[in-house]
Design a protein around this ligand. Structure first.
Ligand SMILES: Nc1ncnc2c1ncn2[C@@H]1O[C@H](COP(=O)(O)OP(=O)(O)OP(=O)(O)O)[C@@H](O)[C@H]1O
Length: 259
C-alpha cells in the first residue's frame, strides 16, 4: 500500500538579485525525501533559515518546487486538481492572528473553503462548520464574531478549525506555538493530539524547539542549510542524537517547563 505522503527529491530555490542586472539562485532546501503515514506526526526542526517553512509551503502548493515529486496516496500531485489537493492537504500558517481576515466573521472564514472546494449546500455547510467548531472546543456563538474579538488561544482554535473544515488527511503546522505562552502551547498541542485521535489526521509540524515536539511526534527530521542531516524515531533522535546540529538544537532549546 502506498504511503499517505511521499516526498521525493524535492528542491526549492529562489532567484535573488545579484550585481546591477544579474541574479543568482538561493537554495531554500533540497533535495529532500521522506514519507508520512496515516495518523502519524513528523516534526521538521532546524535553526532559522534552514528551509522548514519553504518545505511545508511547497508541499501545501503555496510555493512551486524547482524539482522533485510529491505523491498523496500514490497519486502525483501533478495529477490532482487544486480542489483535490486542498481537500487532502491543509496548512496552518505561522501567525494565526495575521492569517485570519479581520473583515470576515468566523462563520464566513470557515465557510469559504467548503464553498470553494465542495458541492455542499448552505445547510450542509452550516452543519459542517458547527461540527468543526465543536471539534476545536468553540461554541456556535463564535460564528458571528470577528477575529479581533478573540483571544490569542481562540484565534489558534479558529485557525485549526479552518484547517480541519474539509477533514483533510494531512495538516501542515508551521510554528504556530511560538507566539503562545507555555500553558497555551500545551493546550494547543493537546487539541491537535485529540483531533489526531478522533480523525486519524497526519501532521507535519514545523518547530525550532526539539523538546516541544519530542512527545507529540513519531518521527523527527532535522534540517540544516536546506539538507536533512538526521531523521528517525522522535525518542531515538532526542535521546541519542548523532549529528552536531541536532546536538546543538537540543542544547540550545531547554525543555519548556524549565523556562
Ligand atoms: N520568498 C523568498 N524569497 C527569497 N528567499 C527566500 C524566500 N523565502 C525563504 N527564502 C530563503 O530560503 C531559506 C529558507 O527559508 P525558510 O523561511 O524556509 O527557513 P525557516 O527554517 O522556516 O526559518 P524560520 O524558522 O526563521 O522561519 C532562507 O535562506 C530564506 O532567506
Amino acid at each position: 500500500m502506498p504511503s499517505l505522503l511521499k516526498v521525493n527529491n524535492l528542491c526549492k530555490s529562489f532567484k535573488q538579485p545579484f550585481g546591477f542586472f544579474g541574479s543568482k539562485e538561493k537554495v531554500a532546501f533540497g533535495p529532500v525525501s521522506f514519507t508520512l503515514e496515516k495518523g502519524e506526526t513528523l516534526a521538521v526542526v532546524g535553526e532559522s533559515g534552514s528551509g522548514k517553512s519553504a518545505l511545508v509551503r511547497t508541499i501545501a502548493g503555496v510555493l512551486k518546487a524547482n524539482a522533485g515529486d510529491i505523491y498523496i496516496s500514490g497519486n502525483s500531485i501533478r495529477t490532482l486538481s487544486s480542489q483535490q489537493r486542498c481537500v487532502s492537504v491543509r496548512m496552518i500558517f505561522q501567525d494565526p492572528s495575521s492569517s485570519l481576515n479581520p473583515k470576515m466573521t468566523i462563520g464566513k472564514i470557515l465557510n469559504a473553503p467548503i464553498e470553494l472546494n465542495t458541492n455542499l449546500d448552505a445547510k450542509q455547510r452550516h452543519q459542517q462548520i458547527l461540527d468543526t467548531l465543536k471539534l476545536v472546543g468553540l461554541l456556535p456563538d463564535y460564528l458571528a464574531f470577528y477575529p479581533n474579538m478573540l483571544s490569542s488561544m481562540q484565534k489558534h482554535q479558529v485557525a485549526i478549525a479552518r484547517a480541519m473544515i474539509l477533514n483533510p488527511d494531512i495538516i501542515l503546522v508551521d510554528e504556530i506555538l511560538t507566539t503562545l505562552d507555555i500553558s497555551l502551547r500545551f493546550k494547543i498541542v493537546n487539541l491537535l493530539l485529540k483531533i489526531q485521535k478522533t480523525n486519524g489526521t497526519s501532521y507535519i509540524f514545523v518547530a525550532h524547539n526539539m523538546h516541544l515536539v519530542k512527545h507529540m511526534s513519531d518521527q523527527i527530521m532535522v534540517l540544516h542549510q536546506g539538507k536533512i542531516v538526521e531523521k528517525g524515531a522522535a525518542e531515538e533522535i532526542c535521546d541519542n542524537p548523532q549529528h552536531e546540529q541536532t546536538k546543538y538544537l537540543l542544547l540550545t532549546h531547554q525543555p519548556d517547563y524549565r523556562k
